[in-house]
Design a protein. Sequence first.
Length: 143
Amino acid sequence: MKLTSIKTIKIMSKKIILMAILILLFVSYFGNAQTKKTTVVNTKTSIELIQFHSEHRCMTCNKIEELTRETLKSYPTIPFSLVNVDDAKNEKKAAQFEATGTSLFLYNPATKKKQDLTDMAFMNAGDKDKFIKELKKKIEAFK
């Protein structure tokens, strides 16, 4: 009787450990797939930067986000949004910009004017200084 109880306890322990591992894997995989949005109350400027992305992001896509955020430290009133195009709730916004994967846009919600910066972003993602310089130039010209 004792031996059966010990075996049962060992089997139950293994099942609990396996369930815990599965839960951690699920949370770590799906926890990063949500749309992140940074909103800044803005009265001085009417432009924003929007980066669209797919569910699974490459190193360059992540670098574009990092460099965009760094550039925007010089423009604290310009909001930055990350929009997951694979999320059904973002379907309308992605269609508005014709975004199907990673893309970067300057956007003026008041006038609906938009400028696609995707080519600039991908071409300069490997050169931090050039990326920041080019993005600042685009922002200043868009204002």
